[in-house]
Design a protein around this ligand. Structure first.
Ligand code: SAH
Length: 259
């Protein structure tokens, strides 16, 4: 179909067949999976996925693409959800599957990648795994280790719930139009049991947000609402450190000390 890419929807369509092939290999769809693709666009991933799956769900916001998909794809092979992925009820869809769980994939619109990740985290118990194409810089932040410049709130909040694997770096030329930045493909699998469970997850999230709110400042400063010097001594964390120096486990130990 003739389609002019819309910037506001973050449309960069994958065109490199070699890359597409590697992504589908990495996703490794099984015919009975309940898979949902976010942002199918013109079908770069949708079509090879449909070949491997009995049925595919897609969530797309662009009405022009929706009407093209409705006329182009066989109705029994695909369910087309015309929705903003940020508002889409993934847990509801998961109820349709025997396992009550879905697999999620997509070449995500980069302008909303962080909110989508957090939206999916809120539905984590409905998710088997997720494979996403994102801006490379975002994937580096997702998988970052403590005491690196990439390590931040996103790393801590995602690593708390997910095991992540940086899979493939993808150059701008693999897309049309080519984005300005490099991309990367990442696999996220929810931990079966949390390695470091927080007694109060909302409190844990607040502490992480406060600590990284001013990432150049010491914890003594950024967490003064929560911990005094004795508190830091009690949890065994040096208050002169900064947020970026703390592991997920250490953030959890602060939250659990307060809970
Ligand atoms: N998967 C395709 C398209 C990627 S471009 C490919 O790889 O070629 C990103 C896609 O996400 C576009 O189809 C865009 O319309 C869609 N999109 C953008 N914002 C969205 C949102 N909030 N919810 C659902 N889809 C969205």
């Amino acid at each position: 179909m003739k389609h002019i890419a819309k910037k506001r929807f973050g449309q960069n369509f994958l065109t490199d067949q070699g890359v597409i092939h590697s992504l589908v290999e990495a996703i490794s769809p099984e015919e009975n999976d309940l898979m949902v693709e976010i942002g199918p666009g013109l079908g770069a991933l949708t079509q090879p996925l449909m070949k491997k799956l009995n049925h595919l769900h897609v969530v797309e916001i662009d009405r022009d693409i929706i009407s093209w998909m409705e006329s182009f794809y066989p109705k029994d092979k695909i369910t087309i959800h015309n929705s903003d992925a940020l508002k889409f009820n993934f847990a509801e869809l998961a109820k349709m599957s025997k396992k009550n769980k879905i697999r999620v994939t997509g070449n995500l619109p980069y302008n909303i990648s962080t909110p989508i990740l957090f939206h999916l985290l809120n539905n984590i118990e409905s998710i088997i795994d997720m494979h996403f194409m994102l801006q490379k810089e975002v994937v580096e932040r997702m998988v970052a280790e403590p005491s690196t410049s990439e390590y931040g709130r996103l790393s801590v909040m995602l690593q708390y719930q997910l095991k992540m694997e940086y899979l493939i770096t993808v150059p701008p030329e693999a897309f049309d139009p080519a984005p300005k930045v490099e991309s990367a493909f990442v696999r996220c699998i929810p931990h079966k049991t949390l390695p470091h469970p927080a007694k109060n997850e909302a409190l844990f999230a607040k502490i992480v947000t406060s600590a990284f709110g001013q990432r150049r400042k010491t914890l003594r400063n950024t967490l003064k609402e929560y911990l005094d010097d004795d508190g830091f001594t009690n949890v065994g964390i040096d208050s002169q450190l900064r947020a970026e120096n703390l592991s997920v486990e250490q953030f959890v130990s602060i939250a659990n000390f307060l809970a």
